[in-house]
Design a protein around this ligand. Structure first.
Ligand code: ZN
Ligand code: ZN
Length: 411
């Protein structure tokens, strides 16, 4: 029987470098992972440079590359992807930003970049949407709340460019910056002017909003300014269904990843209780993926928590979370009609607390796969596998071939 579906599980930031706290090995190699090991034993393994050797990927550019969309062509900034992830439909040419609600003093000094980690900002975002008017510049906008203090802003209008700076000073105790064009061009200058006008008008609305007055009374930090960054222009993405002839879904907690799924035309499947952190309902993600595969050809699942531990430099926590991931993957052992791909999107070494270009381990398991001798899922074992060292953009073609959907090149 040939597998005819693809389940693609990305374990965000799972791979690492040797950690002193773990006796000089990686969290993945130190973790007890019987399920991942069985999948490795039943599949073909390798290591992978998600974009190319030596390139340190962001999660966004890595996921684009893994899905076969050249990030050098498609990626102009994180903003448009965050906008899609927040539910704003981005049309080609629209400019997107990722935003934060923050707190400034009356004098305009940033006191808290996350506005006391405010949770429910829907009323504030609605007030901004209803109250800010950019029509003088011929620009329409959509502003949406994201998780926690986060939000997204999309601009639509003639002659807008995306090469503009951020107003986020990235630290407290100073004034937000004025947004400027970072590249010559009337279009970029126009966007910068529109952004500054947006900040001016929205700040005025936020300062007098009842939600913020109430927060001040309770001694909480008011969410009285919008900091914006990650400007990018929405491009034209060849729809996933057209590119591969497959229907597909995306399951992820991070709006950046759901946004990437949505821009390429994957359907976003919400799962209750997923947080992108250690406490996420990751079992729910796997159940939702299995459910999606009943009707879809392709499902992308992103599991985030290990990346967070890497950024925090917590090797033991990372190892423990990897063991948690392993436990929820157990139902996959019984999965017979699909090709299962498991990999990282980049390494997030605890020793550097950021992403690195170290290649990530990858398993491809399913009917028709030529099994190799690897019986452990970790950076060292997978390096000895039958896939050898591949690049991220090679993954989808390999998977398509295994489900006999690859087009023949030549006669
Ligand atoms: Zn990532
Ligand atoms: Zn990360």
């Amino acid at each position: 029987m040939t597998a005819h579906k693809i389940l693609f599980i990305v374990l965000d930031g799972i791979s690492d470098r040797p950690c002193p706290e773990l006796g000089g090995t990686t969290p993945l190699a130190a973790a007890r992972t019987p399920v991942l090991d069985k999948l490795a034993a039943e599949g073909i393994c390798g290591i992978m440079d998600t974009i190319a050797p030596g390139i340190r990927p962001g999660s966004d550019t890595a996921h684009l590359a893994l899905l076969g969309y050249d990030p050098y062509k498609y990626y102009t900034g994180r903003g448009p992807l965050e906008c899609e992830g927040s539910g704003i439909h981005m049309e080609p040419g629209m400019i997107g930003f990722r935003c934060n609600y923050a707190t400034v003093s009356k004098e305009g000094i940033v006191l808290d970049r996350r506005a006391g980690r405010i949770h429910d900002t829907a009323a504030l975002s609605k007030a901004i949407q209803d109250g800010v008017d950019l029509s003088e510049s011929g620009v329409e906008f959509t502003f949406r709340s994201g998780a926690g203090h986060r939000a997204a802003l999309a601009l639509k209008g003639e002659g807008l460019g995306h090469c503009v700076s951020s107003n986020d000073p990235k630290k407290e105790g100073v004034k937000p910056f004025t947004i400027t064009a970072v590249k010559k061009g009337a279009n970029h200058e126009k966007t910068a002017a529109v952004c500054n006008e947006f900040v001016k008008q929205s700040t005025r609305i936020l300062f007098s909003h009842p939600v913020n007055r109430d927060r001040v009374k309770k001694g909480l930090s008011p969410a009285n300014i919008v900091l914006m960054r990650g400007a990018g222009e929405m491009g034209i993405f060849e729809p996933f269904g057209q590119k591969y002839g497959l229907s597909g879904s995306v399951i992820a907690a991070a709006s950046l990843i759901t946004g990437i799924g949505r821009v390429v035309g994957l359907e976003h499947v919400p799962v209750p209780g997923i947080t992108g952190s250690q406490d996420s309902n990751i079992a729910g993600k796997i159940a939702a993926a299995e459910n999606e595969l009943e009707t879809k050809d392709f499902v992308l699942v992103n599991i985030k928590g290990a990346d967070e531990s890497g950024h925090d430099g917590l090797a033991e926590q990372k190892r423990n979370f990897i063991e948690k991931i392993d436990a929820v993957l157990e139902p996959l052992l019984a999965c017979r009609d699909c090709i299962i791909i498991i990999c990282g999107d980049h390494s997030t070494p605890c020793t550097i607390k950021d992403h690195s270009a170290d290649p990530v381990p990858v398993i491809i398991r399913g009917d028709g796969v030529r099994m190799d001798d690897v019986v452990r899922f970790d950076e060292y074992s997978c390096a000895k596998g039958g896939l050898s060292r591949i690049t991220g953009p090679a993954l989808m073609p390999i998977a398509l071939d295994l489900i006999n959907r690859a087009h023949k090149f030549g006669a």
